[in-house]
Design a protein around this ligand. Structure first.
Ligand code: C5P
Length: 235
């Protein structure tokens, strides 16, 4: 008898360092499995950018907390979250500064949890990518994937991405920005970047996006048996 997809919403937590390919992977898994996708990094980027635009310092706890509290989280696909300015290295840097403050994380937590529990209509669950999805936001997610890749490879990918977008960038600067950002994300006291104990580790250093997607589908099939037949169909 063929298995049918689980009627329970499926949450897939995709965490990892910057430019490891987790966003691309989460988006592809969501598209293939009929899940909603949330890039949680964009929430922190929006808060960081709001502080910068107000002329504040993202390293100032009060300014960051204030921006996060006033950040009205309506629909995740509002125009504000697709502002191209959110994708700049400056926004990424500001994001990683505001993200270290507990008040900022607390202000964004409910929205992320609600998204996982009550994905937008018509979706069978959610694939959320970030740094603490498997450890803090959705610790009960049945599928947790920690996507990683070597620093040089990640810097190379981010450099190519920025160049393709027409940005005037220097490889060495991209590399040191990623290194600094990872350092802050790993060492912060609240919700640091680390794999959940029950996460599957997916090293994409030697994998292209297609191979990473196939490996992730295998992980979904292993961890969420009710979804196996759907994974088979996708393959
Ligand atoms: O994923 P992205 O590079 O857009 O994230 C920007 C920054 O936001 C990260 O460097 C990290 O500091 C922060 N972030 C976080 N927790 C998440 C997602 C992003 O702390 N779940």
């Amino acid at each position: 008898m063929p298995e049918t997809p689980s009627p329970l919403p499926l949450t897939i937590a995709v965490d990892g360092p910057a430019a490891a390919g987790k966003g691309t992977l989460a988006r592809r898994l969501a598209g293939a499995l009929g899940l909603a996708h949330l890039d949680s990094g964009v929430l922190y980027r929006a808060v960081g950018l709001a502080v910068l635009r107000a002329g504040g310092d993202p390293g100032d706890a009060a300014a960051a907390a204030d921006a996060a509290r006033h950040f009205n989280l309506g629909s995740p696909d509002t125009g504000r979250l697709s502002d191209p300015a959110l994708r700049t290295p400056e926004a990424g840097e500001a994001a990683s500064r505001v993200a270290a403050f507990p008040a900022v994380r607390a202000a964004l937590l409910d929205f992320q949890r609600r998204f996982a529990r009550h994905p937008p209509a018509g979706r069978r669950g959610a694939a959320i990518d970030g740094r603490d999805i498997g450890t803090v936001v959705c610790p009960d997610a049945p599928v947790k994937i920690f996507v990683t890749a070597g620093l040089d490879e990640r810097a190379r990918r981010r450099f190519a991405e920025l160049q393709a977008a027409g940005a005037d960038v220097i490889y060495a600067a991209v590399l040191s920005e990623l290194e600094a950002r990872d350092g802050r994300d790993i060492s912060r006291a609240v919700a640091p970047l680390k794999p959940a104990e029950d996460a599957a580790i997916l090293d994409t250093s030697m994998l292209d996006a297609e191979a990473a997607f196939r490996a992730a589908l295998d992980i979904v099939a292993q961890r969420a048996p009710g979804w196996r037949s759907l994974v088979q169909d996708v393959r």
